[in-house]
Design a protein around this ligand. Sequence first.
Ligand SMILES: *[C@@H]1O[C@H](CO)[C@@H](O)[C@H](O)[C@H]1NC(C)=O
Ligand SMILES: *[C@@H]1O[C@H](CO)[C@@H](O)[C@H](O)[C@H]1NC(C)=O
Ligand SMILES: *[C@@H]1O[C@H](CO)[C@@H](O)[C@H](O)[C@H]1NC(C)=O
Length: 381
Amino acid sequence: MEGRRSIRSWGPWALVFFPLVAGVYGVDFNYPAVFNFGDSNSDSGNLVAGVGDRLEPPNGQTFFKRPSGRFCDGRLIVDFLMDAMDLPLLNAYLEAIGVPNFNKGSNFAAAGSTVLPATAASVCPFSFGIQVAQFLRFKSHVLELLGGKFDKFLPRSDYFHQGLYMFDIGQNDLAGAFYSKTEDQVIASIPVILAEFETGIKKLHEEGARRFWIHNTGPLGCLAQNIAKFGTDPSKLDELGCVGSHNRAAKLFNLQLHALCKKLSGSFTDANVTYVDIFSIKLDLIANYTRYGFEQPIQVCCGNGGAPLNYDSRISCGQTKDLNGTAVTVKACQDPSEYVNWDGIHYTEAANRHVSNQILTGKYSDPPFSDKMPFLLKLKF
Ligand SMILES: *[C@@H]1O[C@H](CO)[C@@H](O)[C@H](O)[C@H]1NC(C)=O
Ligand SMILES: *[C@@H]1O[C@H](CO)[C@@H](O)[C@H](O)[C@H]1NC(C)=O
Ligand SMILES: *[C@@H]1O[C@H](CO)[C@@H](O)[C@H](O)[C@H]1NC(C)=O
């Protein structure tokens, strides 16, 4: 099943036809290192390492064969992008066990994190400002250590200029705000969130970052967690079955994020800022799922409660709990590759692979890069 959408299974013919047919990987995507910031969409282990949390199987089952610190059955978008750059998967900055190697970069993203500073009630203390501070500390420590016996575990000093700085954050600011605010209030808070984001980006630029790669936020109204909580009244749902208010807020957030990227691009004359429209890729996947080989656009693979959502806010994927006198363990569906959604909040590996392939067409980014060297690709099988 795994191979159904995998280009690896297409054999040598794909080498000849694949770029012509699909234009996938039609992209000049070559960086010596990556520094990643964000939330669970790209966390490779910081939340679990940093707060001593546990993720239970079946998380990780499809690729890592054990929980890997990722809220997914397998790889995340960032993992597939690293693969496309011929780089190893990023080590989580806070993971100290297992000879962590930061030679090709570091991942500061932490599940549950927000752009705005965390509060005592936050799931995750490592908000964007902290992640940027962690990076600054990482960089200065690396520069101190370079030239010694740890060099093979550290990025070279020029990687801080030449590396790609990736961002995928904001979803938790919006989703969290809906629990205590009206739609208008959530929308009114967007400029505050983006001002904080801009502060962090500028700090990184001052520190020498020159290649920025910024994902916008996905259609959070299509996540079972939000549908279960905010979509019980069918009039709140749109034609896809997604919560309208959440998707409207996500769209407005993205419009303003896009404008911010344009502004930064204009003011950083020595840097490139790429804005990537993840929202459109994910919404297209949810709307047109059958065309992309999926069977369930919204129903959760690893959840409790059965159709239509198979989501239960009381218990998460892999957990065992006593619910009304019955011990319940939340298990995965038979074939996660048929599902877009893994656990009600996060996408499956199959969906993440699809999103990454769409990113790599270059059609969803601004500036677009599909016209760049479409045949000089490092195709991977
Ligand atoms: C920015 O992009 C342009 C055009 O692709 C390129 O020539 C330039 O080297 C890039 N600058 C940086 C800092 O990556
Ligand atoms: C679904 O696919 C159709 C046909 O390609 C396209 O016009 C439409 O925009 C897609 N839906 C979404 C939500 O992207
Ligand atoms: C659990 O029990 C409570 C109290 O008896 C009841 O209100 C609730 O509907 C039950 N929930 C489920 C999921 O059965």
